[in-house]
Design a protein around this ligand. Structure first.
Ligand code: HEM
Ligand code: HEM
Length: 212
């Protein structure tokens, strides 16, 4: 039976999890990707702080939603939304933990750490997005209220985030092509891309004192 109290709890649950896993977490990922090719130490530090703050904030909101849902929902964990959701409540702590336990740039374990942190981060984020869609579906089933507007709003939001994610990968190339007017456009080869990437991953942070 859907009491007004339960209906309110479900809406709060949806709002907290959309804000955290459906917004702050993906934005935090876009932010850290701005650190690539960034040579300025100060900017790198600021970008890292923003990434960590957004992710910790997201963790706190997810945890509040978890405590709330475990207190007021049935705790049967009988469908995929509930099972994946329960797993996410735990894994997001693990992911935040790996963020704090990172080895220094240039140290031996850094690339393994990065692979784990990247893979787990992207997986958590994708499962979070899927769970928001299945959560909206569960809300519709329980309340018989239409969720078309929420589905559309979320789809537009995710489409914009994915577009920015893909653009970030090509941004340097787009900027470079614009600058080298009159010359043959320079195609970054796979080798170039990976060597720049390796430099970033494997070398210590630049100690440049250039103003930035
Ligand atoms: C990443 C986001 C989400 C996670 C991790 C999540 C997690 C969960 C979990 C673990 C439960 C089971 C709680 C229990 O029985 O103790 C649950 C139930 C529920 N969630 Fe979510 N949720 C998310 C997003 C949403 C959204 C956006 C809505 C939309 C309003 C929503 C609606 C519901 C509903 C209606 C239930 C009741 C149980 C059902 O019939 O499936 N959830 N959620
Ligand atoms: C749930 C929380 C978190 C998620 C989902 C997450 C996700 C990610 C993802 C996906 C990347 C790779 C971005 C890309 O290249 O596409 C990344 C990079 C990074 N994250 Fe997190 N992160 C989280 C928490 C944290 C925390 C708490 C810290 C630090 C205190 C942190 C530090 C970093 C650093 C330093 C990088 C860049 C690694 C490098 O390029 O060397 N992360 N994160």
């Amino acid at each position: 039976m859907l009491t007004p109290e339960l209906s309110y709890q479900i809406m709060l649950h949806g709002f907290l999890l959309w804000t955290s896993m459906g917004f702050l977490m993906p934005i935090g990922i876009l932010v850290i990707r701005m650190s690539y090719r960034q040579e300025c130490r100060r900017r790198l530090k600021i970008i890292l702080y923003i990434h960590a703050t957004l992710q910790v904030l997201s963790l706190l909101l997810v945890t509040a939603a978890a405590i709330m849902s475990i207190r007021s929902f049935e705790n049967y964990f009988k469908n995929n939304h509930q099972r994946i959701g329960l797993a996410l409540y735990g894994v997001i702590w693990l992911q935040t933990g790996t963020g704090f336990l990172r080895p220094d740039r240039g140290s031996k374990g850094r690339s393994i750490w990065f692979s784990v942190h990247w893979l787990l981060g992207i997986t958590v984020s994708l499962l979070g997005i899927i769970n928001i869609y299945t959560g909206l579906q569960a809300y519709h089933t329980k309340t018989l209220r239409s969720t078309s507007v929420w589905n559309l709003t979320f789809t537009v939001e995710i489409a914009v985030i994915v577009f920015i994610y893909l653009l970030q990968q090509k941004w340097h190339y787009i900027m470079q092509s614009g600058v080298i007017l009159g010359n043959e456009p320079v195609q970054p080869t796979d080798q170039e891309t990976s060597s720049t990437y390796e430099k970033k991953e494997l070398s210590a942070m630049p100690s440049s004192s250039e103003p930035c």
